[in-house]
Write a protein that binds this ligand. Structure first.
Ligand SMILES: [Zn+2]
Length: 363
C-alpha cells in the first residue's frame, strides 16, 4: 500500500500477552487513520479483523496457549472493536471528503472514470436576482440606473419630497438618526431629488438600493431592506404614460397576460397617487386554484405591487424645474416583497439568514 505505514510490513510473531495486543493495535489504528481511500481501508479491515482469515481470528485460535486465556480473549475482542470503530470513522471521513475520494482510484493511479470534484459554485442572492430582473425590464423601457447615498440629509430624504416638518415619517423613532442631523435613508426616493437637482429633464431613471427603518424584525419586516424607485419626467408626461409603463413592466416581470389595477392612494411627493395591484400569477386572477382558495393571493386574485403617482409640482419646483412645462411620474416598490411573491417565500427573514440550503434554491 503506497503512502501508508502498514503494520503488515513488520508482522512479527503473534502477540502472546494483552500488552502485545495493545501494541499491535496502536500500529493498526495508525494505518487506518492514514488510509487514503475506501478500497484500501476495506482491505486493511479484512486483513486484521473482518475477513475469514483475519489475523485477529488466527490469534483467537491460538488462545489456549496464552498464559491467561481469559484476559487474552478480552484483549482480542477489544482489539477487534477498536479497529472496527476506527475503520468506520475513517470511512465516514473519506465519504465526507467527496465521492471521488470515497470511490477510490485504482491502487497507485489516477482513475479517469471517477467523476471530477465539482467546485462549490456560488450563486446570486435572490434579492440581487430580482433587482437585476427589474433593472432589465425597465432598461427595455428606456430607464437608466441611478444611485444615491445611503446616509442622507433631511433635505433630500424629506424636504425635497414635499414631506412637511410635522409628518410622522420624520419622527426620530421612525428613522435611524446619525450625528450631525443625518440619517440612514428610509426610502430610495431621495435619489429622485438628487437626480432632479443635478440634471435637466427629460429623464427616466430607476434607482434600486438599500433602505433603513427601525422596524421590529418579524416574518414581514426587516430594519434594512431594498426598494426600487422609478422616475420619468418630460414634456407632456401624463397618467396614461404611468399606467402604460407600469402595465408593460407587470407583463415583463410576471409574464404576458398579467393584468393591473390602480387604487387611489396618498403620498406627499405625488399627486394624484395610486397603488398598483397585479393579477395573481399563481391563479391568473381567479382567486382559486384547483377548487381551493389560492394560497398565493389569499383568494383575492390580486396582489399589491407598488405605489406610484404623478410627481408633485412642488417636488419639481423645489428642484428648480418649471412644473408648468415638465410633468412626470414616479413609482416605488419593495424588492424583498417582489422576491417573496415570485417564489412564494413566506418569511422575509429567510432572505438574510445566510442559510445556503435556502439560498442554493435560487441559482
Ligand atoms: Zn392567486
Amino acid at each position: 500500500m503506497p503512502g501508508t505505514s502498514s503494520p503488515e510490513e513488520t508482522p512479527g510473531a503473534p502477540p502472546r500477552t494483552p500488552e502485545e495486543v495493545e501494541r499491535a493495535l496502536e500500529g493498526v489504528l495508525e494505518a487506518v487513520r492514514g488510509c487514503p481511500d475506501a478500497p484500501s481501508l476495506r482491505r486493511l479491515a479484512a486483513e486484521w479483523v473482518s475477513g475469514r482469515g483475519s489475523r485477529q481470528r488466527a490469534w483467537f485460535s491460538a488462545l489456549k496457549s496464552a498464559a491467561d486465556p481469559a484476559a487474552m480473549g478480552r484483549a482480542l475482542n477489544a482489539f477487534k472493536s477498536a479497529v472496527e470503530a476506527a475503520v468506520e470513522e475513517r470511512l465516514r471521513a473519506l465519504e465526507g471528503a467527496g465521492p471521488d475520494r470515497a470511490g477510490g482510484a485504482p491502487e497507485g493511479g489516477f482513475d479517469p472514470t471517477v467523476p471530477g470534484r465539482r467546485p462549490a459554485a456560488g450563486g446570486l442572492h435572490p434579492i440581487t436576482l430580482v433587482a437585476r430582473e427589474l433593472e432589465a425590464v425597465f432598461a427595455n423601457l428606456g430607464f437608466e440606473i441611478a444611485t444615491g447615498p445611503e446616509v442622507e440629509d433631511p433635505a433630500h430624504n424629506f424636504d425635497g419630497l414635499n414631506i412637511p416638518p410635522d409628518h410622522p415619517a420624520r419622527d426620530p423613532s421612525e428613522n435611524f438618526t446619525l450625528p450631525g442631523g443625518l440619517l440612514l435613508r428610509s426610502q430610495t426616493s431621495p435619489v429622485q431629488v438628487r437626480v432632479l437637482e443635478s440634471r435637466s429633464p427629460p429623464l427616466r431613471i430607476l434607482a434600486p438600493g438599500r433602505v433603513y427603518r427601525p422596524d421590529t424584525v418579524d416574518a414581514r419586516h426587516l430594519y434594512a431592506f431594498h426598494q426600487v424607485e422609478g422616475l420619468c419626467v418630460g414634456e407632456g408626461i401624463s397618467m396614461a404614460d404611468l399606467k402604460g409603463t407600469l402595465a408593460a413592466f407587470a407583463e415583463g416581470f410576471y409574464g404576458d397576460g398579467a393584468k393591473t389595477r390602480f387604487r387611489p392612494s396618498y403620498f406627499p411627493f405625488t399627486e394624484p397617487s395610486a397603488e398598483m395591484d397585479v393579477s395573481c400569477p399563481a391563479c391568473g386572477g381567479s382567486g382559486s386554484a384547483g377548487g381551493n382558495r389560492c394560497a398565493t393571493c389569499g383568494g383575492e386574485g390580486w396582489m399589491e405591487l407598488l405605489g406610484c403617482g404623478m410627481v408633485h409640482p412642488d417636488v419639481l419646483r423645489r428642484a428648480g424645474h418649471d412644473p408648468e412645462r415638465w410633468t412626470g411620474f414616479a413609482f416605488g416598490m419593495g424588492i424583498e416583497r417582489a422576491a417573496m411573491r415570485r417564489w412564494g417565500i413566506e418569511d422575509i427573514r429567510s432572505l438574510v439568514e445566510n442559510d445556503v440550503r435556502f439560498l442554493g434554491q435560487f441559482r
